[in-house]
Design a protein around this ligand. Structure first.
Ligand SMILES: *Cc1c(COP(=O)(O)O)cnc(C)c1O
Length: 370
């Protein structure tokens, strides 16, 4: 039997492109007159960049951020020629010509990246567009202040690099009161002053809600587009994903029965259990064993025992005995339970839950929000 003809899935993920668009519109309004870009790295946080990018382009988004050159190639043909694709992690040595030919904008994160881009520009006899990242205190990517000052003092630099904007990234944007935010803003401003002509970008989703001072010319939201509240002071965003898993089996176990690997759960009484066709290989965290839940008709169905690779078991005690049958779907993400809820139960952040979902589930794109 050929796998190609099999169309059933044990779990399904519905992605609301209408909600993503609505989230983009509200972010764009909030940061205006700054431009609102969109971060679609990691396949649009696992949701499918080839569907998400054109939906955002239709809302007026013209600056898209990916992490890697490969991701730019994967999405470029879904966007108009008027869209800029920025490669946040910059280029590995040897990739410069391919990037320039495709018209993507590399972020120059280190002196070596700057030098290789300039070398290509000299070979071509023309300035090549790029973005410059400076480190303002996160110590992750970007030139330090001294390296940036050296570039600013080099008269050949503007002839070789057409600086589209200068950027930095905040370490603590989701903690509005953190002193590092103001310190990074001040550090960025002093470096940015060395390049007076260049546009500037500092804020991710959380940064967009610190204060307008962080908007600069261009904002780079990712997670807020995908439905997660950008920091404690940010607005609630429209939820974007619904995840459901199918019931593979329902069984009643006697008091004292062990459930799942290691028999970690022992039924305290007679218990009605459902085994769902989703596990850690589908991105549902193993840390939710004995901690998380599925939902049906407003009832919480606690996960009992460990999460397996391809399945997990939930307790149906909260429901009438005939409420669910084998083959039915129960909810894991949606109005019942947000990404933030699941992340809290799993001891992680919504970003990690989102980006790990979906390699084996059925993905559908819907437009429930207009
Ligand atoms: C991932 C990333 C973003 C988007 O961050 P969110 O918190 O998802 O909004 C913005 N800028 C840079 C440099 C990033 O790496």
């Amino acid at each position: 039997m050929s796998g190609r003809t099999i169309t059933t899935f044990s779990s399904r993920l519905a992605i609301d492109l209408g909600a993503i668009r609505a989230n983009y519109r509200s972010l764009a309004r909030h940061v205006a007159p700054a431009e609102c870009g969109a971060v679609i790295k990691a396949d649009a946080y696992g949701l499918g960049a080839r569907a998400v990018a054109p939906a955002l382009h239709a809302e007026g988004c013209r600056t898209f951020f990916v992490a890697q050159l490969r991701e730019a190639f994967d999405v470029a043909d879904t966007l108009g020629a008027d869209a800029a694709i920025v490669i946040l992690n910059g280029l590995d040595p040897g990739c410069e010509a391919a990037c320039a030919e495709a018209g993507f904008l590399p972020v120059l994160n280190a002196p070596g990246q700057v030098e290789r881009w300039r070398r290509l520009a000299r070979a071509k006899g023309t300035a090549l567009p790029a973005v410059l990242q400076v480190d303002s205190g996160m110590s992750r990517l970007g030139l330090d202040a001294a390296a940036a000052a050296a570039l600013a003092a080099d008269p050949a630099f503007p002839r070789e690099v057409a600086l589209r904007f200068i950027m930095t990234h905040l370490a603590c944007a989701d903690t509005p009161g953190h002193a590092a935010n103001a310190a990074q803003l001040a550090s960025f401003r002093s470096i940015r002053a060395l390049f007076p002509e260049a546009r500037a970008s500092i804020a991710n989703s959380g940064g967009a809600f610190l204060s307008p001072a962080y908007h600069c010319d261009l904002v780079r939201p990712g997670i807020a587009l995908f439905g997660v509240q950008p920091g404690p002071d940010g607005p609630a965003m429209r939820p974007v994903v619904r995840l459901e898993a199918r019931i593979l089996q329902i069984r009643e176990v006697e008091a004292g029965s062990g459930v799942g690997y290691g028999l970690d759960h022992v039924a305290p009484t007679r218990q009605r259990l459902a085994t769902l066709g989703i596990g850690y290989a589908d991105g549902w965290p193993r840390s939710l064993g004995g901690a998380g839940a599925a939902w049906h008709a407003g009832a919480r169905l606690p996960i009992v025992g460990r999460v397996s690779m391809d399945s997990l078991t939930v307790d149906l005690s909260a429901l009438a005995p005939d409420a669910l049958a084998k083959g039915d779907f129960v909810a894991l993400l949606g109005p019942c339970q947000s990404l933030a809820d699941v992340a809290r139960d799993a001891g992680t952040i919504p970003y990690e839950i989102l980006t790990r979902l979906g390699s084996r589930c059925e993905r559908t794109f819907v437009e429930t929000v207009q």
